[in-house]
Design a protein around this ligand. Structure first.
Ligand SMILES: NC(=O)c1ccc[n+]([C@@H]2O[C@H](COP(=O)([O-])OP(=O)(O)OC[C@H]3O[C@@H](n4cnc5c(N)ncnc54)[C@H](O)[C@@H]3O)[C@@H](O)[C@H]2O)c1
Length: 252
């Protein structure tokens, strides 16, 4: 039987158009939540809405670029006007590509930091204001194992995710007294359109053999279930935590 832990709750998922964000939206919808979905890509967002409208209690989709704090403010205003509150934020939108330290251009450095770190902050800050008024809420930020250890050719990405880890801990310290929990999830290798655009099958097979004790890559659902746990009452005393979901990769 599917649990229904989020009936009556409003869950905002950014980057909900595909990949992990879409799986997270589906998980919360199946457990009874109303969804506010944000992505910068209108067509992938429309597909997510089509897939979930029969399942979700209610859905509002807003097209916005999280790196633009004006667009974030407008999106949050629309969401609060529609639902009156936000109980859970899954701050997931992000981008990645490979580039060596010596080749990263100023534009590419700025874009990754702008979306993955600044964008995450704009959304978390706007939603924190709403949750402080409510005196309750859960903020979940998407970090990565790359926010905890380095990986060659991802200096900009790793720096952005390392920033998300410490943003999460600092927000947890400041917002605990307002009844708000703030945690991060640090996935390892998850098979999504993002990772498929970067790596070919041969690379992935070798990576799994060399690095992942569980012998497979993660699926978006492996991560969605962890977000649902952290948002649930079972995690009522968990805050400032970064939960690694990597098939054992960081156990080495
Ligand atoms: N795939 C992995 O192996 C992996 C591992 C660790 C962490 N992550 C993180 O998980 C998150 C989701 O990754 P994914 O693999 O599902 O990626 P994906 O590219 O498949 O999906 C990303 C989603 O975010 C949206 N998005 C991108 N830039 C945006 C912006 N500026 N504003 C609003 N929406 C934006 C995209 O339109 C898309 O819907 C990212 O933060 C990523 O860094 C992924």
């Amino acid at each position: 039987m599917t649990m229904r832990r989020f009936e009556g709750k409003v869950v905002l998922v950014t980057g909900a158009g595909r990949g992990i964000g879409r799986a997270v939206a589906e998980r919360f919808a199946r457990e009874g939540a109303a969804l506010a979905l944000v992505s910068n890509d209108e067509s992938n967002l429309t597909e997510t809405v089509k897939e979930l409208e029969a399942v979700a209690a209610d859905i509002l989709a807003v097209t916005a670029d999280v790196s633009d704090n004006g667009q974030v403010r407008d999106a949050v205003e629309q969401i609060v006007r529609r639902f009156g509150r936000v109980d859970i934020l899954v701050n997931n939108a992000g981008i990645a590509w490979e580039e060596s330290v010596l080749d990263i251009t100023p534009e590419n450095w700025r874009r990754i930091i702008d979306v993955n770190l600044n964008g995450m902050f704009w959304v978390a800050q706007e939603i924190a204001k709403v949750m402080v008024r409510q005196r309750e809420g859960v903020i979940l930020n998407m970090a990565s194992t790359n926010g905890l250890v380095g990986e060659a050719k991802y200096a900009h990405y790793n720096a952005s995710k390392g920033g998300v880890v410490l943003l999460t801990k600092t927000m947890a310290i400041e917002l605990g007294a307002s009844g708000i929990r703030v945690n991060a999830v640090c996935p390892g290798y998850i098979q999504t359109p993002m990772s498929e655009a970067i790596d070919d099958t041969e690379f992935v097979d070798q990576y799994v053999r060399d690095k992942i004790p569980l012998g497979r890559t993660g699926k978006p659902n492996d991560v969605a279930g962890v977000f649902a746990f952290l948002a649930s009452e079972d995690a009522a005393f968990v805050t400032g935590e970064c939960l690694v979901v990597d098939g054992g990769q960081l156990a080495f």
